[in-house]
Design a protein around this ligand. Structure first.
Ligand code: C2O
Ligand code: CU
Length: 477
């Protein structure tokens, strides 16, 4: 079966509200698509691998003429791709060369909060550094790293901080997926920006309901072109925008196959001609260009705006077939006797709230025992102006989507996720298990909503060991 719709409720696509900025086609020449290089370790010592990640200022040629002042991780914009392998112990030296405080958040990594995971309690001050270490113990997936300082996440991401994190493992390595990084396996980081004399101006473009830009960028490139040299290409698509939803399709309605969601391989591949992603969601897809010949060009679109082109070159025929069954998701049994946790996203603009409240760095909003599997009902009340989609994200776990308003989740939601788009008026039921004690954020991933305070924190606790956490206050940021 090939699906041909976006699954989400169409009337509330993000173009509903007054502040919506539609994407525009940009009248500048095509340029090679930026493929971030893979970050090299400082040192490898048996199972211990050492990296340095530096948040830095730089300049990037984005438009013709003056370069744009941008921020990045070990790069002038976005960042080098960090490749991690399950089972390895990583030591990461985090360096802040920016003129302001930042944090290094591992979105999707199952590492302890509130420090290692780099949420708002783990500031790295300008000129300073922090060292963290963790053993990677989750399956192959596409994650990302981005700043999370309260309340400046949105502006820092807008300035350019976001890098892909590629997790590999032995199970995924056996599947017939393209995995030659940069050749047939590439990140596709989707963002939108506007420029003022070639410069970013977050204040000028700011929208409390989520800042949008006129121009689409893929990996920081406008009108990027990727030269296809293999029949099949794996795209690790990330919605790295502050607010925009992407409604992806090819100009020729080419079909593509999703093989993984936020938390890794899907149980079954899902074929479609349209894919919508909300903020921070990832989808790994395989595009089979077997019906194309050298010289053909296929354009990836969002709505009616071109995002990037795939220029088909000479390729060797590739007849590998995807198995119908890719992996087995071990659905944890819901712990008996526990009530359903209900959490409510409400409002728009500066009225956004999570459970009727604004974020307080020193308030623990909930507790859940590690090892328990608890059902959460994530509610979007749709109580203003017809409402909007809020992408709900949790740190410290990957969850399973059980239902949407009591109905089956979307066909591509049968794998692990850490972010789920909740339609207006909808209740999305998810199954949540924490395996590591800590304090974790959960929030709307429209970054301006998060910064306004549509965020809360949960302590995942170990009943046999009490842990004390130093929760910093906003003044310490
Ligand atoms: Cu992608 Cu709390 O973050
Ligand atoms: Cu929101």
């Amino acid at each position: 079966k090939v699906y041909t719709d976006y699954f989400f409720d169409e009337p509330i696509f993000d173009l509903h509200d007054g502040g919506y900025v539609p994407l525009e086609k940009v009248d500048i020449p095509d340029q090679p698509l930026n493929i971030p290089t893979a970050l090299q370790p400082d040192k490898v010592d048996g199972n211990d691998v050492y990296y340095t990640i530096t948040a830095q200022e730089g300049e990037t040629q984005i438009l013709p003429g003056a370069k744009t002042k941008t921020w990045g991780y070990n790069a002038s914009l976005l960042g080098q791709t960090i490749v991690l392998k399950k089972g390895v112990h990583y030591h990461v030296h985090l360096v802040n060369k920016l003129p302001e405080v930042t944090t290094f958040h591992w979105h999707g990594l199952n590492v302890t909060g509130p420090i290692v995971d780099g949420g708002p309690h783990a500031p790295v001050y300008p000129g300073g550094s922090r060292d963290i270490d963790f053993t990677l113990d989750q399956p192959a997936q596409t994650d990302w790293i981005h700043p999370h300082p309260c309340p400046n996440t949105a502006r820092q991401v807008w300035n350019g901080l976001a890098a892909a994190v590629v997790v590999t493992d032995d199970e995924e390595a056996k599947l017939p997926f393209p995995r030659n990084y940069g050749v047939d396996d590439i990140p596709v980081i989707l963002q939108d920006r506007s420029y003022h004399d070639n410069q970013l101006d977050y204040k000028a473009d700011y929208d409390v309901d989520g800042t949008l830009g006129k121009y689409a960028l893929v990996n920081g490139t406008i009108n990027g072109v990727f030269n296809v040299t293999t029949q099949k290409v794996r795209l690790r698509i990330l919605d790295g925008s502050d607010r925009r939803e992407w409604r992806l399709h090819f100009d020729d309605n080419h079909e593509f196959t999703q093989i993984a969601s936020d938390g890794g391989t899907l149980p079954e591949p899902v074929k479609f001609t349209k894919l919508m992603l909300t903020c921070a969601e990832r989808a790994e897809v395989i595009v089979d260009f077997g019906d194309k010949k050298p010289g053909d060009v296929v354009t990836l679109m969002s709505d009616n705006v071109p995002l990037m082109k795939f220029k088909i070159g000479e390729y060797a025929p590739d007849n590998t077939k995807l198995p119908e069954h890719l992996t087995t998701i071990n659905v944890p049994e819901v712990t008996p006797g526990l009530p359903v946790t209900r959490t409510v996203m409400s409002g728009m603009d500066d009225q956004v709230r999570l459970d009727g409240k604004l974020f307080d760095m020193q308030r623990i909003d909930r507790r859940q025992k590690i090892g328990d599997t608890v059902l959460w009902d994530v509610v979007n009340t749709n109580d203003m102006d017809g409402g909007m989609i809020h992408p709900f994200h949790m740190h410290g776990c990957q969850f399973l989507v059980i239902s949407r308003n009591g109905k089956a989740p979307y066909p591509n939601e049968h794998g692990w996720k850490d972010t789920v788009g909740v339609n207006a008026g909808e209740t999305v039921r998810i199954a949540v298990q924490f395996t590591k004690f800590g304090v974790y954020m959960y929030h709307c991933h429209i970054l301006e909503h998060e910064d306004t305070g549509m965020m809360a924190q949960i302590e995942a606790y170990d009943p046999n060991h009490e842990h004390k956490y130093h929760l910093i206050s906003m003044d310490e940021m």
